[in-house]
Design a protein around this ligand. Structure first.
Ligand code: F6R
Length: 241
């Protein structure tokens, strides 16, 4: 269940191959996507490979896990902007194929209900890609989030705001709230792959390894999924038994 690869480059190659294979098997793949530093080399490798192969991406459908409340799509730290930069634009994936929660909607509660419904209406997620926060969050589902949650508004923890502060000019600019897919939305995916790289993730990966299924460690739920993988590089694996 824990797979250890040498480094982020090897993980990127592995995930890129896996994504290509999934899309070749099912050109209408419904893909759940994450943002963050861990995903950058993965998307970069996938873009190169997809281009080399002339992979048909015209019919895939994507849903992102989360978005900050209050950031417009063109804001450089918004997840809309991240996805356009790292994946959608370079891979030629069109706007109408992709969904992210809107951080600028007037009625956030309605946005949340509609987002989970939209995933279900697309037939559910075939494959969900996940990173993990140093506090064990998946998407922005912070410790203590009920496993039964659907898409919802989150007050971001100080830990998460501190971790993500590195992307902003100063920490006070980090939004205090986000919309995230819920844990039930994530778990309803047919296949889930969680990725962690770097020594700063070693502690949380050791905790994830030891923890039984527990809402205080949101990522632990994926260990109960029928089809999951946890992929770490050697640095993130250094405290695993
Ligand atoms: C972002 C997301 C988050 C990140 C996590 C790790 O869409 O879902 O759960 O995956 O915060 O972020 P990085 O990869 O920047 O360490």
């Amino acid at each position: 269940m824990f797979y250890v690869l040498p480094n982020p480059h090897a993980i990127a190659e592995y995930l890129s191959n896996l994504l290509v294979q999934k899309i070749q098997e099912n050109p209408k793949l419904v893909l759940g996507l994450a943002t963050g530093s861990t995903m950058e080399p993965i998307y970069a490798a996938f873009v190169v490979q997809a281009k080399q192969l002339g992979l048909n991406l015209n019919d895939i459908v994507t849903f992102n896990l989360d978005e900050y409340i209050g950031l417009a799509p063109e804001h450089p730290q918004s997840y809309h902007h991240y996805m356009q930069t790292h994946l959608f634009k370079p891979a030629g994936i069109r706007q109408e194929q992709v969904s992210l929660p809107s951080g600028m909607c007037r009625d956030v509660e309605l946005e949340c209900v509609n987002y989970s419904k939209k995933i279900q209406a697309a037939g559910g997620l075939d494959f969900q890609l996940l990173g993990i926060g140093t506090n064990g969050h998946i998407g922005f589902n912070e410790p203590g989030t009920p496993f039964s949650s659907l898409t919802h508004v989150v007050d971001l923890s100080e830990n998460t705001r501190r971790d993500n502060g590195r992307f902003f000019e100063d920490k006070s600019q980090v939004p205090t709230q986000a919309i995230t897919m819920g844990i039930e939305d994530i778990m309803s995916a047919k296949e889930v792959v969680l990725v962690a790289t770097g020594s700063h993730k070693a502690e949380v990966m050791a905790k994830l390894f030891e923890t039984a299924i527990d809402e205080d460690m949101p990522a632990s739920i994926i260990k109960s999924h029928d089809n999951f993988k946890i992929i770490v590089d050697q640095a993130a694996a250094e405290l695993l038994p």
